[in-house]
Design a binder for this molecule. Structure first.
Ligand SMILES: *[C@@H]1O[C@H](CO)[C@@H](O)[C@H](O)[C@H]1NC(C)=O
Ligand SMILES: *[C@@H]1O[C@H](CO)[C@@H](O)[C@H](O)[C@H]1NC(C)=O
Ligand SMILES: *[C@@H]1O[C@H](CO)[C@@H](O)[C@H](O)[C@H]1NC(C)=O
Ligand SMILES: *[C@@H]1O[C@H](CO)[C@@H](O)[C@H](O)[C@H]1NC(C)=O
Ligand SMILES: *[C@@H]1O[C@H](CO)[C@@H](O)[C@H](O)[C@H]1NC(C)=O
Ligand SMILES: *[C@@H]1O[C@H](CO)[C@@H](O)[C@H](O)[C@H]1NC(C)=O
Length: 423
């Protein structure tokens, strides 16, 4: 109390009076009505004895009964205006409830958090959610919602988590209106159509739409402050536009694996100032463009380009990337010899001239030929470096060398058919 300024003190008095009111304040009738309607949409047989909803008893006032054996959980009331409480939070996570959300009018104008994660709700995401004009966090993750995402959602949202349902239809263009959105999770649904331009979402830092059926090309731009982007396992086609990478300057994690992307990997991926992890496995990329600075300024730590259709010699510049520690180029069509720099980067576990070591180097399933670079021969199986050179065209790579694991070398005939220059 000693250092309370007058304005703090005034604030303290208000909070204190509100707390006193809370002890006997009644819930706004509109909120009570909305709770009743929500409760009516929940299937009774899914409300197990002892579960949160089983304590809801509308013969008493919800907000006034929070510390009794009724309404023991699920709601939070902390806006009190002249003795009338407003509900700010409805959270019924992992409770096993089923039913429909549509039967409620969602007249809860003070609600900030609605979290029904991990239940069995089916049907649609009600359009009446748009009445929740103070809602910041909406999580309906892990339910069985199976209609499309409504065009209208509260503009106040900061987190929208609709992942792991059965939502269909497109990702609505109108999500671009949710200008305060920071986190958007739509992964694990059946969303289809093209992914919309969300250029107005300048607060969005996390976007996951993996495991859907999104098709068409990547949008021309992504939200400018994105840090993590995952669109894994969709049906995206076309290339990765260089602009797209350049414009998202804060991007650290990019996962576009399991799509149908093709053409070349833009050099911007390897000159980007923040990218740490790129996962582009299981696409149809065909070649890698070497960046002018050889990736010397790259922050990349992990690069997975496995299971594509990439040809040519191994990208030598990746042996010089300072922070690159895990590289997978497995199951492509690389040929030529293994750069000595790769071997040195794997062997020199204390780093070498500002270039940190490889901890994982997966090169199996290509058409690499020639001798195993000398430095590899120093490596013992307990060295902690994971290396796979199997299933290539190397001159001698017996299984007695642990790094030759991952399959026996291809037959000379297969190798010569692919690349006649093999000696
Ligand atoms: C479900 O339970 C509520 C509260 O216990 C009760 O009022 C309502 O009649 C029940 N509905 C059905 C369909 O049994
Ligand atoms: C969603 O599921 C409900 C209940 O299982 C079903 O009646 C409805 O037809 C489904 N809607 C769609 C669009 O599949
Ligand atoms: C891709 O998503 C589908 C369903 O959307 C799932 O069944 C499949 O296992 C996923 N594949 C991968 C490789 O993640
Ligand atoms: C990928 O593209 C090819 C050629 O355009 C097409 O035949 C194939 O069906 C596509 N695969 C997927 C999963 O979209
Ligand atoms: C991306 O940025 C780099 C470095 O600022 C620049 O050299 C390159 O031309 C840019 N690429 C595109 C496609 O704008
Ligand atoms: C990359 O390596 C440099 C020098 O070792 C280090 O200062 C920097 O923090 C590393 N970047 C990341 C993203 O780990």
């Amino acid at each position: 109390m000693a250092n309370l300024s007058p304005s703090n003190f005034f604030h303290f008095i208000i909070v204190f009076m509100d707390l006193c009111f809370l002890a006997y304040s009644v819930t706004h009738w509109e909120d009570t009505q909305a709770l009743k309607q929500f409760r009516n949409g929940v299937v009774n047989t899914s409300v197990n004895p002892g579960s949160c909803l089983s304590t809801w008893d509308f013969t008493v006032d919800p907000c006034d009964s929070l510390s009794t054996e009724k309404f023991t959980c699920g709601i939070r009331c902390d806006v009190v205006i002249s003795g009338i409480s407003r509900i700010t939070e409805l959270t019924l996570d992992r409770a096993g409830y089923s039913g429909s959300l549509d039967s409620s009018s969602w007249n809860l104008p003070y609600l900030q958090t609605l979290d029904l994660t991990n239940n069995f709700f089916t049907g649609s995401i009600p359009g009446s959610f748009s009445r929740l004009t103070r809602l910041q966090r909406l999580s309906l993750s892990i339910n069985s919602l199976n209609e499309s995402i409504p065009d209208s959602l509260p503009d106040s949202l900061e987190e929208l988590l609709l992942d792991n349902n059965k939502l269909q239809g497109p990702v609505p263009k109108t999500l671009n209106r949710l200008k305060t959105l920071k986190r958007l999770e739509l992964q694990g649904n059946q969303l289809s159509g093209e992914f919309p331009e969300l250029s107005q979402l300048s607060s969005l830092y996390f976007l996951d739409v993996s495991n859907n059926a999104i098709s068409g090309y990547l949008p021309a731009t992504f939200p400018v402050n994105l840090i993590e982007l995952a669109m894994r396992n969709n049906s995206l086609q076309g290339n990765i536009p260089a602009n797209l990478i350049n414009n998202s300057v804060y991007l650290q994690v990019l996962d576009l694996s399991y799509n149908n992307l093709t053409d070349s990997l833009p050099p911007e991926l390897f000159t980007h100032p923040s990218l740490q992890q790129i996962t582009l496995a299981y696409n149809r990329f065909r070649w890698i463009q070497t960046p002018v600075d050889w990736g010397r300024n790259s922050e990349l730590i992990a690069v997975d380009l496995s299971n594509n259709d990439i040809r040519g010699s191994l990208p030598g510049f990746m042996g010089w990337m300072p922070n690159l520690s895990a590289l997978s180029l497995e199951n492509n069509k690389f040929s030529g010899v293994i750069p000595t720099q790769y071997a040195l980067k794997a062997v020199m576990q204390n780093g070498l001239g500002g270039v940190g070591p490889f901890e994982r180097l997966l090169l199996g399933g290509n058409y690499l030929f020639g001798l195993i670079p000398g430095p590899f021969l120093q490596l013992k199986s307990g060295s902690g470096v994971m290396i796979r050179l199997g299933d290539n065209c190397l001159y001698e790579c017996p299984a007695s060398f642990y790094f030759c694991g991952g399959g026996v070398q291809k037959s000379l005939m297969e190798c010569k058919t692919f690349t006649p220059v093999i000696p």
